[in-house]
Design a protein around this ligand. Sequence first.
Ligand code: C5P
Length: 424
Amino acid sequence: MEQEFHAYETKVPCLWNIELIMENSLKGKHIILGITGSIAAYKAAYIIRALVKKGAEVQVVITPAGKEFITPLTLSTLSCHPVISEFFSNRDGTWNSHVDLGLWADAMLVAPATASTIGKMANGIADNMLVTTYLSCKAPVFVAPAMDLDMFAHPSTQQNLDRLRSFGNRIIEPAEGELASHLVGKGRMEEPDRIVAVLEDFFASRTRLEKKKIVITAGPTYEKIDPVRFIGNYSSGKMGFALAEACAEQGAEVTLIAGPVSLKVVHPNIRRIDVESAEEMYQAAIAVFPEADAGILCAAVADYRPEEQASEKIKRETKGEMTLRLVPNKDIAAALGAIKRDNQVLVGFALETNDETAHAEGKLKRKNLDFIVLNSLRDAGAGFRCDTNKITIIDKEGGTTAYPLKSKLGVAVDIVNKLATILK
Ligand code: C5P
């Protein structure tokens, strides 16, 4: 069987490319396609076909279990490259260098990705060529899970996927539908044309904000009462961090001014400045904004701070009844709006509970913003702490666009796409 497979290894020029009609972002890109042991492996053939048609060069790396589901002969014929599976070629003993392969790639796509491979990738279990290649790969990695609904929903799989996300890998969510088990639910690998579209969008958007400098404020601020107490709010910083990642993904140099949050930055093009109070956030923002092309003010800045901060912990026994006198903080958005040049773009947020549109439009004008992102606490899944958001963008020309409920990362991409059209 192995003999037969090697007999069909081919390096002839790929004739599919002749069909390439128009310029697209996948042209000339080197893609490693990792295939694992799932019934969806047959769909990998369609992925290769679409990628090659768009001018990409595809190198397939398949796990031993993957070969049970689709033949290397099919894959090497479609990709016009020998398929790699073992560390050594059985025929001539040549070593397949996972390191060279990892460095060759502009992107790695694992589709279909089984629970087992996802677990190995998340934990560095490099016992096959696919996972060793993944560990050597410096290029962006896309993972399209395919498995039974209960396996997908299991906390172990979800934790492993979260781990991959924390490494900066992009998960192409599986769709809902009929599964190989005949059960119906979430776990079906996304359709090949959608997967290819994700890669195409990725390469198309990667340079959209190249050389642009963007300042983002994120998270809450803490206003000290005494050394152990503060006035704060429920902001998690998730939306602002997602915006920072989305801007960096599109090529921008990002300065992220973060209030106290427990989040990590992934992209290397994000410079993070940690602050605690509104005053510290103001000082950092006012210092960097003049050099920036755009500012996105996503932080939930405290409007007030205690007029005085006690230097020692306030004691109930000595203080008795107490009144906190609050004084207003500076409005960072309004301050940046006042010094904004014509070639700078400023984006604000409005989290409202009532009369949403009127309040958002008022802020847009008062703070001299180019557009404002409105979300309402009345919408389920929007606002603080959750991983999703539902927004409406209102621009200074009066244009309004309402978006459906999406992950905060998806929402961030919509906001950054809007910003990119103005910055262009
Ligand atoms: O007035 P409000 O706080 O609702 O306005 C929200 C917008 O203004 C957000 O973009 C927020 O980041 C920004 N803001 C600010 N500085 C403040 C208060 C709000 O930058 N002190």
